[in-house]
Design a protein around this ligand. Structure first.
Ligand code: IMP
Length: 200
């Protein structure tokens, strides 16, 4: 099985990627499993796409094997797109998920229902070799609630209301995968990889 490096030690992301890659004859390995340390790559990009590429390039430079990185976050229209690329650090370095979503709820306490639109973005960059780079981006549209709801998921899930009226945190992992930004990006990645492998 071909090995692709995943520029993340997050087991949740690796598992998701393996579900997509294994049927294509590709196995995801973490930096740890591959015996390298990517260090703390500075995410200096202004967009998710730039940050995903910074991380993928750094992994590819270090290992020389095909490398995949992703960057994701939440963009709220009433907050001019914040927290955006700062989603993971929105309430400071040592803050919790609850601190972060509570900050958004308090910033939006006076925003009316019809102005609470938001989207999750997941940008994935896959560098196969110097001349072959696949970039995909998936989105999930929704609205920010007035209070948190649900116990599943992570991050901003409890305040992100989908078309069904339920928050991401009230959906099962499978239901979330079907409509999530990351699920959409991974389905696009699979399609692109399939056509790349067919051409080879
Ligand atoms: P990163 O892509 O691992 O840097 O994560 C960025 C941040 O965006 C996470 O720490 C979460 O706060 C947020 N985020 C990304 N995807 C999701 C999601 O599916 N649900 C909730 N929060 C998310």
């Amino acid at each position: 099985m071909r090995k692709f490096l995943i520029a993340s030690n997050n087991p949740h992301k690796v598992e998701e990627l393996n579900r997509i890659l294994n049927p294509l004859g590709i196995g995801a390995v973490t930096p740890k499993e591959y015996g390298v340390d990517l260090g703390n790559v500075e995410e200096t990009g202004k967009t998710f796409r730039e940050n995903a590429e910074i991380k993928a390039r750094s992994a590819f430079k270090l290992t020389g094997i095909p490398s995949i990185a992703d960057d994701s976050g939440l963009m709220v229209d009433a907050l001019d797109g914040r927290p955006g690329v700062y989603s993971a650090r929105y309430a400071g370095e040592n803050a919790s998920d609850k601190d972060r979503y509570s900050k958004i709820l308090s910033e939006m306490k006076d925003v009316p229902q019809d102005k609470r639109t938001a989207r999750f973005v997941s940008s994935i960059c896959c560098i196969i070799d110097e001349n072959t780079i696949i970039r995909v981006e998936g989105y999930a549209e929704g609205k920010i609630g007035y209070k948190p709801k649900g116990n599943d998921g992570f991050g901003y899930d409890p305040i992100f209301i989908t078309d069904s009226g339920k928050t991401f945190a009230e959906l099962s992992p499978k239901e979330k995968d079907n409509i999530s930004h990351r699920g959409n990006a991974l389905r696009m990645l699979r399609k692109e990889l399939l056509s790349y492998l067919k051409e080879k």
